[in-house]
Write a protein that binds this ligand. Structure first.
Ligand SMILES: C[S@@+](CC[C@H](N)C(=O)[O-])C[C@H]1O[C@@H](n2cnc3c(N)ncnc32)[C@H](O)[C@@H]1O
Length: 179
């Protein structure tokens, strides 16, 4: 899923790239060669698959407390991760901390639909289940606003909509923020 968006987001990254919540590695086919990739993944059951891909090093931990030094990476990647994070502002502060000045945060996230719409109602209905059975995912989060307010020097964000079942529209944000 999100093939075009992943390609657009990741194709020109360079240097040391930290990916938070890489899951089983769906971004690997879209990352450019020559980067130094570090994955920070709290789910240890995914580590073997990530290591088998031989893409870089895998750390175990949460993005609320990134085990890397200040200004030590050129880019941070998060795709479909912030929906699962309650303390979004804390994670985004950590992202800014580990990025070098001018470094890039590349993000792709689904976000809450407009209040009062059928799509929003449907998102609210599924959230108790997705929080329990889909890694804590909350479909109603306003992640775009969290990124805008996080304190980046610049945020370039576009929105697109994925059509779900039963006429549900799922808004997404895609973009780059500069530390
Ligand atoms: C829906 S999956 C997305 C996987 C992949 N990034 C993608 O694009 O499909 C969410 C990932 O975020 C990870 N995750 C959840 N909470 C996290 C946290 N606090 N810090 C870092 N990663 C987290 C999960 O373990 C999971 O691998």
């Amino acid at each position: 899923m999100y093939r075009d968006q992943r390609r657009e987001l990741l194709n020109d990254l360079s240097g040391t790239v930290l990916e938070i919540g890489p899951g089983s590695g769906p971004n690997f086919p879209y990352l450019p060669s020559g980067i130094r990739w570090i994955g920070l993944e709290p789910n240890p059951y995914l580590h073997e698959r990530l290591r088998d891909a031989e893409y870089g090093s895998v750390l175990c931990g949460d993005a609320e407390s990134i085990p890397l030094a200040d200004g030590s990476v050129d880019a941070v990647v998060a795709t479909i991760v912030l929906c699962s994070i309650d303390a979004q502002s804390r994670v985004l502060a950590e992202v800014i901390r580990v990025l070098r000045p001018g470094g890039r945060f590349a993000f792709l996230e689904h976000v809450g639909a407009e209040r009062g719409t059928w799509s929003r109602w449907a998102q609210r209905a599924v959230t108790p289940f997705s929080r329990r059975f889909d890694g804590g995912c909350d479909a109603t989060r306003d992640t775009g606003t969290s990124i805008t307010n996080a304190g980046f020097a610049r945020v370039d964000m576009t929105e697109f909509v994925v059509r779900g079942p039963l006429g549900v529209s799922i808004p997404h944000v895609l973009g780059r923020a500069t530390a």
